[in-house]
Design a protein around this ligand. Structure first.
Ligand code: ATP
Ligand code: MG
Length: 638
């Protein structure tokens, strides 16, 4: 394994961990008391595998915990420092946010929205997006946010699945300097859907919209409602939202989250992982359309009364300095982003970040994919100036919040580039083989979670059976996340990629993350994706796709260097049959590499659900590369 990075950190909190391990239920019971409840629960956990109910009998409200509780002390504190892509900016205080949320709650009520009804929200990254979400939460409606990059067909699927009677959208949003006409997309999506009764339209851009009898303007509605609205006293298990997964491994799943357990999980993990203080300025680059945005842009920072930056546009628009400019302008102290974004920033070289004052930073986070050790080191050195711990957080839409992460707000420990370190307290995680038996240290296997946790999904929306099959059927009473991992001698966890993507070459199992990280550690390489294609003799042979850094040419010498690097660092067994240089990789709209697509194309299979694919031209390029591979295989066999 890689060297340990000691950034002045001390010891693991064994006392707290022991307490959490010996009785995770009473541990979470204590944590839940950090929130404001209308009434306490009778039972901390009702566990009828695989369904968990947390804080049963307790009543709570997410919007109340995000806003009402701060009004006495923080009403003039900025909740959101908003930066528009076109250079506009706005400051929304806790007081202002409170007022807007109460008013929009009354708007929803005036449109007939009741407790338990679903409301679809398709908005750009503007403050009205969290305002609309919190208004739903305030009256007990279930929000179903759809990332504003999705097409009409994808929206139609999701609206039909959730049966929303109200849709909240905008006339447009800015993306890479262009106006995306969101209302037009919604019109197309709902043209044959009869159960949508109202479409609320926020005016964000200058473009005109055509209106129908269903359409109502946000501003008109807001001008005609009272500004007081008490938060509903909701059961702890009341559904807060439906959110569809990224679709990296297949058709997106409609994850349903509850209230009391979910909020407890977020409150505690935000405090532990990001050590949040009143003076901090937090900045998470995730779009609210994904779970990271729900949990760690909307709910967790607001529960803590924190100040955060919210940015509307693409991280590299109008140029590659945009994000660093924002960090400098707002004196950001905690920055949370993805390996994909970091690999992109790295591709543009060090001069850009080096020309900004990033000295306000004290913690750096990452989420979404395994972070290649090379990328981790770059983040640590170039962005954090070797002073900021890297908080590599592993979790999923389904887990609601972080489950594996360094926790500098709780305890301190040396970090290892590429490892998320330990599970959070109160969560038992193992690495097991096909039979469910724990594998010895340093052996690859499947990650499993052995007890329920408060942020755990309630179920998949309208599909308990699928919920049982996808997560709970591989191992008895253990949650199966579908990821491949390894535990080292210190008990640190290393995520090695999706279990479905594991390469099986001549009986050896190789994680995609290991091999890709090795390729990315070549100084000329920006990104890589590997996949296996069926081979009669070896079972599978490996094909590697490589994107080079800006200004690097794809030569045979470079290809040989990469081959040699793999042989040296991992071994001959992991040597790809072919290395292909491409200009981009197929990714989900949340920025993750879609290896299942590569694999399907490689094996001449149908490519399946691609509703979350970001850019179709990446697929064409890969398809052409595979045509070449097929031809060369045929040539070799002649
Ligand atoms: P789908 O479930 O539809 O295929 P998805 O799994 O990409 O999509 P998310 O819930 O957004 O949807 O992503 C969770 C997954 O992201 C995890 O299962 C894991 O594979 C990966 N992941 C997240 N954080 C990390 C991390 N820090 N290190 C390694 N992998 C991570
Ligand atoms: Mg998943």
């Amino acid at each position: 394994m890689d060297e340990a990075y000691d950034v002045g950190l001390g010891n693991i909190d064994f006392v707290l961990r022991k307490k959490a391990d010996s009785d995770f239920v009473s541990f979470w019971d204590d944590e839940a008391k950090n929130l404001s409840w209308f009434s306490y629960w009778e039972k901390t956990l009702d566990w009828q595998p695989p369904f968990a109910k947390w804080f049963v009998g307790g009543t709570i409200n997410a919007s109340f915990n995000a806003l009402d509780v701060h009004q006495k002390t923080k009403s003039s504190k900025p909740a959101i420092l908003w930066e528009g892509e076109n250079g506009e900016s706005r400051i929304i205080t806790y007081g202002e946010m409170f007022l807007q949320v109460k008013k929009f709650s009354n708007v929803l009520k005036s449109l007939g929205v009741k407790k338990g009804d679903r409301v679809t929200i398709y908005l750009p990254m503007v403050p009205e997006l969290p305002i609309a979400m919190l208004a739903c939460a305030r009256i007990g409606a279930i929000h179903a946010v759809i990332f504003s990059g999705f097409s009409a067909a994808s929206i139609k699927d999701r609206i039909s699945d959730s049966h929303s009677k109200v849709v909240v959208t905008a006339n447009g949003g800015y993306r890479r300097g262009k106006i995306v006409k969101l209302k037009e997309v919604i019109d197309e999506a709902i043209k044959d859907v009869d159960f949508v009764e109202h479409v609320v339209v926020l005016k964000r851009t200058e473009n005109e919209i055509s209106t129908s009898s269903k359409d109502r303007l946000w501003d008109d509605l807001m001008n005609n409602v009272p500004d007081s609205c008490d938060a509903e006293k909701l059961d702890s298990t009341h559904p807060l939202y439906i959110l569809y997964t990224s679709g990296t491994t297949g058709k997106p799943k409609g994850v349903l989250h509850g209230t009391g357990g979910y909020l407890t999980h977020l409150y505690s993990t935000f405090k532990w992982a990001f050590d949040i203080k009143d003076s901090d300025v937090f900045f998470c680059t995730a779009d609210i359309g994904w779970v990271t945005g729900h949990s760690y842009v909307v709910y967790a920072p607001l529960l803590h009364g924190a100040t955060q930056v919210m940015y509307e546009g693409a991280p590299d628009f109008p140029d590659a300095s945009r994000i660093w400019e924002i960090l400098q302008k707002y004196h950001v102290t905690i920055f949370y982003t993805t390996p994909t974004a970091l690999r992109m920033f790295m591709k543009f070289g060090n001069n850009i970040p080096n020309s900004f004052d990033l000295s306000s930073l004290r913690l750096l986070g990452t989420v979404g994919e395994p972070i290649n050790p090379e990328v981790w080191k770059w983040y640590f050195k170039t962005i954090g100036n070797e002073k900021c711990p890297i908080i590599d957080t592993w979790w999923q839409t389904e887990t609601g919040g972080m489950l594996i992460s360094p926790l500098p707000g709780l305890e301190t420990m040396p970090l290892k580039p590429g490892s998320g370190t330990l599970p959070i307290p109160g969560v038992r995680i193992s690495v097991v083989d096909e039979n469910g038996d724990e594998v010895p240290p340093n052996t690859k296997g499947y990650l499993v979670i052995k007890n329920p946790w408060p942020g755990m999904l309630l179920t998949l929306w309208g599909d308990d059976e699928k919920y049982k099959t996808v997560y709970w059927s591989k191992y008895k009473n253990c949650y199966y996340p579908g990821d491949y991992a390894l535990k080292d001698d210190d008990g640190y966890l290393w995520l090695l990629g999706r279990a479905d993507d594991v390469l099986k070459v001549a009986g050896h199992r190789i994680g995609t993350a290991e091999l890709e990280s090795c390729i990315v550690s070549h100084s000329d390489v920006a990104e890589s994706a590997v996949c296996g294609i069926t081979d009669e003799i070896k079972g599978e042979v490996i094909i590697a796709f490589v994107v080079l850094k800006e200004g690097i040419s794809d030569t045979e010498i470079l290809k040989k260097e990469i081959f040699d690097k793999i042989r040296n660092d991992i071994g001959a067994i992991a040597t790809p049959k072919q290395i292909y240089f491409v200009s981009k990789l197929p990714k989900t709209r949340s920025g993750k590499i879609m290896r299942r697509l590569l694999k399907r194309i490689a094996n001449n299979e149908k490519i399946g659900d691609v509703s979350t694919l970001e850019d179709g031209t990446a697929v064409t390029e890969i398809q052409n590369a595979f045509d070449d591979i097929q031809k060369s295989i045929k040539r070799n066999s002649c």
